[in-house]
Design a protein around this ligand. Sequence first.
Ligand SMILES: [Fe+2]
Length: 374
Amino acid sequence: MRKFLAYAIPIILSLAVGMIGSTIQTSALAEWYPTLLKSPLTPPAIVFPIAWTILYILMGVSIGILVARGDMSVVRLWLLQLLVNFLWSVGFFALRSPLAGLITILILDVLVFAYIVYTYSISKGAAWLFVPYMIWILFASYLTGYIYLNNDTNINSATAATISKQTYSMTTKTTTYTMPPLPYNSDALEPVMSKETIDYHYGKHLKGYVDNLNRLIAGTPYEGLRLEEVVKQSDGALFNNAAQVLNHTLFFDALTADSGDIPSELKSAIERDFGSLEQFKSEFTAAATSLFGSGWVWLIEDKDGKLKIISTSNADCPMRKGLNPLLVLDVWEHAYYIDYRNRRGDFVKDWWSIVDWDKVANRATKDLRDARQD
Ligand SMILES: [Fe+2]
């Protein structure tokens, strides 16, 4: 019984800390976390709870081996690393501070390394059980560091926002950005895009980007600019949110339950630049299914009126490079996960049936027929 408790208590304690940590993370994962620019090596969201659960169990078994032998010398170090692990969740997700997250996870790296080194002389098995955890948190340190270095975290802090508001108070404007209207009912695109997906994707994700944009832009020199200008000029978290609002506006606005024929002018331009409509769809589909991580696939019109397919990562938008977006597909996991789970290819295939080709054709700025031939 004693031996059983020696294993059971640390495992339960580890999992309990993990569960409290994941509760803290839930709201940030829904709102704030998706707005961050993340490393291309970031694994899909489903990997994290699975990895952590396994690691918490290994962690509990590791200390269990020592406690079962009656060796309590490492228990305090073990508890300390568990506490710092918890503080990482608090710092990064609850306080929404990548810097606090980075500092705590670096401390955690040191503590876990010390645990392995110290434990190795007592039980090699207990030490080895901590090695996957060490590798995982080193990877998590890289991911956290990437987020810290690539996001304008100052603009996320209330203090910095206040200072910047005072600095720019002479030019403060009161314009707020609003949700783009959906040109169809939320259940109109079923079964390709369910009402639940629209409710989350449009109602929660896009709403989150719009709210963040209004919050971040307040008191900055960008306030009052047209959305396209904010996307072209800003960077960091403000750019991420502004671009996500613009990208989603283009995406949702060009969907329809009644996808008719492609207007002949657009069709001719596609045939001119891709050989055939089928070839264009095939290349676009390949780009959408092979894009790594989160991003967007676009049919753009360049400065010469030539049509091209390009992919962008995270929130990036081709308007930044002066390209005119005609058609866009959101391949962030949140765009299809409810209806298609991990089957992005099936989502892309079905999505063609809800493209509003009239809207796509109307976005062309030049006379497509007169575009320069290469
Ligand atoms: Fe999206």
